[in-house]
Design a protein around this ligand. Structure first.
Ligand code: AHR
Length: 505
């Protein structure tokens, strides 16, 4: 048995809990769109062909924002192919995923889906094979009320009211040699600046995201951010970060500490952005859109189609996640919350079927993967202000990071209701950890609920046949002593949320 202490004081705030932390991503990749969110004829489908079972799960997950339509897909996408009468839309080769894009689902369908799901759209423009003219035409089509050719085209296509999309990504992963239209940082930075300038000439108040690095392991990491921001600092609001993690070669200890890389990623990008800002003598701050993050076993699990095989909506990147993966996802959310002062938006990649918390079968059911649970509970209970917590825990050695702390945690406090949520992971693989939560400065609290996600077999996976053997369970060990200290036992390799109630303001 290990032991650790967390000190929580509501005076030490990081930033407000941002709903944008709980975004996800819908890309035209594999079965994320087709037979994922969209399947006309499915028993639960509505008149628009949207799967009702998936909509219900997306709502239950507490998704705030959805990035669309890619991803790598967007770098070869013609948005015009996806509007107008469906029977007139062309089939195209999707070079990113070696698939056929039918274009049955496009901008209007996506906007109707966001409405049904109650989420905010985050739209990406193609800066791979296309550029400024197509981006401003898409913006005009989407947001201009009436009068211009593109606005009238939208109205003729059935959307009288503008879509009012305010959140835009300027391309995707342009630092990656795999990206269609891959560019150097200077080339991309100039294109991002020009595109942003043009878009703001129509709608000055858009929130615009420039592409940062595809991972902290990219050879250009750091230099890319600096050079891109030197070109477009004044025109954009956020710079993106992407990170995927996985358990490799049985090294569970390193994998469980993945959030350490995310913390490092955020700190490095924030420092780089601030250095560019300082050299420009500006008080404007560039913050971070962590708009792709997750666990991804891509190289192991599925193969891209090849040669003359260009299937429609193939089964691609359909990772089946373990309990350990869910603990890491919960820990990555702890990192995103802890970094809420600089991470203003985040999108878990992706929502359905492709590296996703929700799985579906065509014509069949939808179910929750293990990773669904920490996301849904964090989104539900993180409220008010994120608190800076002090964690005192033993460390353990691992290959990737050298040394990592055994327990990681963050807390949120809603002064209006007195609600406190503590999110904690125990990374120990060998034994439970007794966690003492010293609620200094909070006053008397009661435990509303303690939920823990764990299983003796950390590689248990949810399947269509059995998605419910492992669910978040009440943790009866959580008690508050007469000294006001909360004690709880965290099982080995576990994620927990402790819900407390103190005095309301
Ligand atoms: O999310 C899957 C892919 O990962 C995205 O298309 C791309 O942006 C990233 O490399």
């Amino acid at each position: 048995m290990h032991s650790a202490t967390v000190v929580i004081d509501p005076a030490f705030t990081v930033a407000p809990v941002r709903r944008g932390t709980f975004g996800t991503f819908v890309e035209h990749l594999g079965r994320c769109v087709y037979t994922g969110i969209y399947e006309p004829g499915h028993p639960t489908a509505d008149a628009d062909g949207f799967r009702g079972d998936v909509l219900a799960l997306a709502r239950e997950m507490g998704v705030s924002t959805v990035r669309y339509p890619g991803g790598n897909f967007v770098s070869g996408y013609n948005w015009e192919d996806g509007v107008g009468p469906v029977e007139d839309r062309p089939e195209r080769l999707d070079l990113a995923w070696h698939s056929t894009e039918t274009n049955a689902f496009g901008l209007h369908e996506f906007m109707a889906w966001t409405k049904a799901a109650g989420v905010e759209p985050m739209m990406a423009v193609n800066l791979g094979t296309r550029g400024l003219p197509e981006a401003i035409e898409l913006l005009e089509y989407a947001n201009q009320r009436r009068g211009s050719a593109r606005a009238e085209q939208r109205r003729a296509n059935g959307a009288d009211e503008p879509f009012g999309i305010s959140f835009w990504c300027l391309g995707n992963e342009m630092d990656g040699p795999w990206q269609l239209g891959h560019k150097t940082a200077r080339e991309y930075g100039r294109l991002a600046a020009e595109t942003a300038r043009g878009m703001r000439q129509i709608f000055p108040d858009l929130t615009l995201v420039a592409c940062g690095s595809s991972s902290s392991g990219m050879p250009t990491f750091g230099t890319w951010e600096r050079e891109v921001l030197e070109e477009c600092y004044d025109q954009v609001d956020l710079i993106s970060a992407h990170a995927y993690y996985r358990e490799q070669d049985g090294d569970l200890g390193s994998f469980l500490a993945s959030a350490q890389d995310m913390d490092h990623f955020v700190a490095t990008v924030a420092a780089t952005a601030d250095a560019v800002g300082a050299a420009r003598k500006t008080s404007k701050r560039i913050n971070i859109s962590f708009d792709e993050w997750n666990v991804w076993y891509h190289e192991d699990e599925s193969k891209l189609p090849k040669g003359e095989d260009w299937p429609v909506a193939p089964r691609l990147e359909e990772d089946v996640y373990t309990v350990a993966d869910a603990v890491v996802v919960g820990n990555l959310l702890i990192s995103l919350l802890r970094n809420s002062d600089r991470v203003h938006s985040a999108s878990q990649a992706q929502l359905v079927n492709a590296l996703a918390p929700i799985m579906t079968e065509p014509g069949g059911p939808a179910w929750r993967q293990t990773t669904f649970h920490p996301f849904a509970l964090t989104s539900r209970y993180a409220r008010g202000e994120v608190l800076r917590v002090a964690v005192d825990a033993p460390t353990y050695e691992n290959k990737r990071f050298g040394s990592s702390v055994l327990v990681d945690a963050v807390a949120t406090h809603d002064a209006a209701t007195g609600d406190i949520a503590v999110f904690a992971v125990n990374r120990a693989v060998d034994a439970p950890t007794t966690l003492r939560v010293d609620l200094r400065g909070v006053g008397a609290v009661e435990v509303v609920e303690a939920l823990t996600y764990a299983h003796d077999d950390v590689h248990w996976r949810a399947t269509q046949e059995d998605a419910e053997t492992v669910l978040p369970r009440a943790n009866a060990s959580a008690t508050v002593g007469s000294d006001g200290v909360l004690t709880v036992e965290l099982p080995a390799v576990s994620w927990s949320v402790l819900r407390l109630r103190g005095a309301a303001a």
